[in-house]
Write a protein that binds this ligand. Sequence first.
Ligand code: HEC
Length: 471
Amino acid sequence: MRLASILPPVRVLTWCTAALPLAAHAEDVGKIYQNNCASCHGDDLGGGSAPSMLDDAWTLGGTDEEIARTIRLGSLDNGMPAWEGALSEAEVRALVVFIRERRNAAAQADATHTASGGPARTVAGHTYRVEDVVSGVETPWSMAFLPDGRMLITEKPGRLRVLENGRLSAPVSGTPAVLDASQGGLMEVALHPAFKDNGWIYLAYSGRAPKGGERDGMTTLVRGRLRDGRWVDEEKIYVAPEGTFRTAGHHWGCRIAFDGQGYLFFTIGDRGAQDQAQQLDRPNGKVHRIHDDGRVPADNPFVGTAGALPTIWSFGHRNPQGLDFNPADGSLWSTEHGPRGGDELNLVQRGKNYGWPVITYGINYNGTPITERTSAPGMEQPVLHWTPSIAVCGIDFYEGAAFPQWEGALLVTALAGQDLRLLRFEGGKVVAQHSLLRGAGRVRDVGCGPDGAIYAALNGPDKIVRLVPVP
Ligand code: HEC
């Protein structure tokens, strides 16, 4: 089947539309807290006639589940009212997110920062220093290392640059025009696994609809080669079906990962239409799988499903902006921006539904609840979720020689959380999470350089830094 085959815009295969309708009077969680809780627990949650919720002394249990249960059932003998009936389950979930956010803000207020040129730090068995690699890049989004030691960097407004011996090239000419609006622009750059032989470089970006309005956009993929500072031999690799482009400026996904067997996986966010993440006739809210030249693999999970887009590999994603294969076992992992709360780390598997927006650990940005449901039959649970959100973006399994203790750990970037995290696994579960770049800026992408150093792309301040080992 060819990509150009256009499917009728029928609404098929909509999973679980039974998401609970929210009351029309859905209220901001800050107000819910002020009106119901602040009189006893204090305006800032720091305690009053009732205990503080900012410290680690939980007498009634400090997991999400336990906090929700305390709110629901109270502790009547000790003066904590029961809110079951007075507050909906979704509001109780929103309060749990709110309590987590406030605890996090209080903890950050006295956290130490990690800056370039600062003193060396020791974390998880290694001492490292942070160095500036290059500044003067505008909103760097993605990095790729060429075998000759040069580095490719995308800048979101639409430029591809080459970094050579610490010097940044002029923008490569001839790269595709992008919709540089809101979160969109030129995003991912990735090399073909056989780049040395074939020279293919892949770009993912916010592309305009071939036919349609000025602002109609969808995640688009091309490949091309670099010759004398020019982008040449361009081929279209993925263009979404006509009629599925959207004017929203956000949630493009836009990460690419190759499995080394000729398949290319890439992500598209929900493009601001959350319910479409559950619809198999829509490309948004999905992880897709294609051949490296754009053809659709005959064994994709929904190839035989009437009305479904054949490129879909998994669905029910909100905005996956991290994607990488674990070199140890070939499994595919993604990080996904949640709404307010509920950022996810997912093990991406063939044909599976990751639940957005039917289930989520997050709430709406305006503080109103989305749903009380954090799990449902037939929907995958994240391996890990971050509540409050740290705004997870690019990821990379560490494979370099410079930090042997970190071999196989997952590096996870955080924009709002201004951090680079190191996640260690045991038996498929995350057993430790270390902070490597706290407070250095919004971290957008991470990669391991040929020298084994860990490179991170920062947005605000816009620059590339690297973590180098200190003996
Ligand atoms: C009338 C006063 C009062 C109000 C109002 C109140 N609480 Fe409490 N709350 C308490 C008291 C007292 C305790 C301690 C109970 C105990 O130790 O058994 C408590 C305990 C808790 C705990 C457990 C703390 C721990 O250490 O395990 C949580 C969570 C909590 N409240 C959340 C809330 C939320 C959320 C609201 C608003 C929806 C709220 N409370 C409203 C008095 C209040």
